[in-house]
Design a protein around this ligand. Structure first.
Ligand SMILES: NC(=O)c1ccc[n+]([C@@H]2O[C@H](COP(=O)([O-])OP(=O)(O)OC[C@H]3O[C@@H](n4cnc5c(N)ncnc54)[C@H](OP(=O)(O)O)[C@@H]3O)[C@@H](O)[C@H]2O)c1
Ligand SMILES: *[C@@H]1O[C@H](CO)[C@@H](O)[C@H](O)[C@H]1NC(C)=O
Ligand SMILES: *[C@@H]1O[C@H](CO)[C@@H](O)[C@H](O)[C@H]1NC(C)=O
Length: 417
């Protein structure tokens, strides 16, 4: 057992013990580890925490070193269940995060199933938002070079760690390689810059943001560089995905990333990548909401042991914010009768129904909110179950409607053609 696991077991136990009037465990020092371990075995404690849920509590911290094992095909993932104890005592406390279910990645690490998305989190309020999100219980943060706020995200994280809200190893920090850094000799340099901006020394997960290589733009020239090389010109690089993936793999070897993955990839390219990957992608992050379900892509990922993270779970909502016509002309999912009637039935908000539709089907979600109340509400989306037929009625809203498509906003780079 690593020291981190011990510390985490310890914190979980301490918390549980606080709720048991008969057990006293003070002072809580390192030397009491054995005491705690033997208490763990006591029936009294076991009555309160089932071993399985206890393991999950402690599993926010990965064992080291993780086994990099090729995934077994097609093992269906049951949605992690929470016991009554957890939901009753942990609701709306900073401990919430420990009760967020974890998904087991093929890299051997666990990833929280619910995280916080950092796109369009304004950099003026970003540090406070991240700090607040940690306080509310978020442990996974989904960032990217392209979001232009990594320094601010780092500030929020540093403050939370300094104030003792969390330790680095309690967090699961995700970032992404931007398109203009796909050339083999650029990947590590930019990863190191991003790590420095965030004030950390490893990513929990680092993704290829889009499967398209653009011509390099130096950070001194423009950062983040965006889609254009200069003016409104989009210029490709000649780097292949194979070249880029191999550079990603070397980040794992150098311990700059614990897990690596892909985003916005489609089936054929994934199958190709799996032919040469020495380290398989741990996750695939895709646009996924009731208007864009992509069931066969989900099947492929599951068969290949790749966990899927859904982005833009609220469909048009995120793009209305950007003023995009396609989003404005689409019926708002929050007001769709299929969604609102389920919200009424389960006494949840439409946003929670949309997020639960994804998490109950085994996907991870990363909703973004600049609002404190909504941010908290979005974390509470693994606690109830809908009927199978209800999940299907949501999936039936599919319109094959993709909002995040470069074809629409650049008029070129038809990666989803
Ligand atoms: N890999 C990729 O290419 C890619 C692309 C897009 C997004 N992503 C990731 O996915 C994350 C989430 O996607 P997203 O930012 O597109 O959008 P999203 O989370 O689906 O939606 C955000 C929008 O919904 C609103 N909202 C949030 N919670 C709500 C609630 N409970 N009730 C009502 N409205 C709510 C937000 O407004 P308020 O802020 O005012 O609450 C915002 O307008 C991103 O932040 C990013 O990390 C990745
Ligand atoms: C926010 O980011 C933009 C673009 O990266 C930058 O110009 C601006 O100075 C930043 N603002 C703050 C408050 O850091
Ligand atoms: C890509 O390769 C072509 C053909 O070899 C070359 O003309 C072009 O300049 C290269 N592009 C970049 C960005 O290096």
């Amino acid at each position: 057992m690593s020291i981190y696991t011990k510390v985490s077991l310890f914190a979980s136990l301490k918390m549980v013990l606080c709720m048991l009037p008969k057990v006293s465990l003070t002072p809580l020092t390192t030397s009491s580890t054995i005491q705690v371990a033997s208490l763990m075995k006591s029936t009294q404690l076991r009555a309160f925490i089932r071993p399985s849920s206890f393991l999950r509590l402690a599993s926010a911290v990965p064992r080291s070193p993780p086994a990099i094992t090729p995934p077994r095909a097609s093992i269906p993932t049951p949605t992690p269940k929470r016991n009554h104890f957890q939901s009753r005592f942990f609701a709306s406390t900073a401990i919430m995060a420990s009760s967020t279910p974890q998904l087991k990645l093929n890299s051997g690490y666990d990833m929280p199933q619910v995280g916080f998305g950092l796109w369009k989190v304004d950099n003026a309020t970003c540090a406070d938002t991240v700090y607040n999100a940690i306080k509310v219980g978020y442990r996974l943060f989904d960032g990217a070079c392209d979001y232009g706020n990594e320094k601010e995200v780092g500030e929020g994280i540093a403050r939370a760690i300094k104030d003792g809200l969390v330790k680095r190893e309690d967090l699961f920090l995700v970032s992404k390689l931007w398109n203009s850094f796909h050339d083999a000799d650029q990947v590590e340099k930019i990863a190191r810059k991003q790590l420095a901006d965030l004030g950390i020394d490893y990513f929990d997960l680092y993704l290829i943001h889009f499967p398209v290589a653009l011509k390099y733009v130096a950070p001194e020239v423009r950062y983040p560089p965006g889609w254009n090389y200069e003016g409104d010109k989009v210029v490709l690089s000649n780097a292949t995905i194979q070249e880029t993936w191999q550079a990603m793999e070397s980040l794992v070897e150098k311990k700059l990333a614990r897990s690596i993955g892909i985003s916005n990839f489609q089936g054929a390219l994934i199958l190709d990548l799996l032919r040469y990957a020495k380290i398989r992608p741990a996750t695939l992050q895709i646009e996924h909401h009731p208007y864009l379900v992509q069931p066969t892509l989900l099947k492929l990922a599951e068969a290949e042991g790749i966990k899927v993270t859904a982005y833009s779970s609220f469909g048009p909502q995120s793009f209305i914010e950007l003023g995009w016509d396609k989003a404005k002309d689409t019926p708002v999912l929050f007001e769709h009768s299929v969604i609102t009637s389920l919200a009424e039935k389960y006494k949840k908000t439409p946003a929670q129904i949309l997020l639960r539709w994804a998490t109950q089907r085994g996907l991870a979600v990363i909703p973004k909110s600049n609002n404190e109340k909504r941010l908290q509400q979005n974390l509470e989306v693994t606690e109830f179950d809908m009927e199978k037929s209800e999940l299907e009625s949501i999936s039936a809203l599919d319109r094959h409607l993709r909002f995040n498509n470069p074809t629409d906003y650049l008029g070129t780079l038809h990666i989803f053609a």
